[in-house]
Design a binder for this molecule. Structure first.
Ligand code: SF4
Length: 145
């Protein structure tokens, strides 16, 4: 799935792309099909096509990491070098490596735990960072909490 979204990254018009081959094992997984190797490979050419078809976005979000960290970093660097956008990663892991912090402006960490809720739940275990600063609370304020 690819979509332009407004909620996932606050104050950004975000082009969000689901990444399959998820390494996670979240109980109550909300997107089980992403554990399989499905969909079109996200290449530099595919990224270019997405930007051409979605003029005006100012953030590119990887909804998942897949299993090829080198390719993920390469694509994030490609996007940052070529387009005037920020990059974002929704990881399902509790921590990510330094090289991912270095290439993504926004990083979401933490597995999905149904009982605790997603980012917009004040009880969530997940964390949302901008340049390393935990700004998870912006999702709660948006709900008026
Ligand atoms: S990170 Fe968790 S919820 Fe998301 S697709 Fe992977 S297993 Fe499912």
């Amino acid at each position: 799935m690819t979509a332009v979204v407004m909620e996932e990254i606050p104050s950004r018009v975000t082009l969000a792309v689901e990444i399959s081959n998820c390494r996670g094992n979240c109980e109550g997984c909300h997107s089980p099909w992403l554990k399989e190797d499905v969909g079109e490979e996200l290449t530099e050419e595919a990224v270019d096509r997405l930007f051409a078809a979605n003029y005006g976005v100012n953030c590119f979000l990887f909804l998942g990491e897949g299993r090829d960290a080198d390719a993920l970093v390469r694509l994030a660097l490609y996007i940052k070098a070529k387009y005037p956008v920020e990059t974002a990663l929704y990881s399902g892991r509790p921590e990510v490596e330094k090289r991912l912090w270095d290439v993504f402006d926004y990083v979401k960490t933490g597995p999905y735990v149904k009982a605790l809720g997603p980012l917009n739940s004040p009880t969530t275990n997940q964390r949302f960072y901008h340049h390393g600063e935990d700004i998870t609370a912006v999702f709660w304020r948006k709900k008026g909490k």
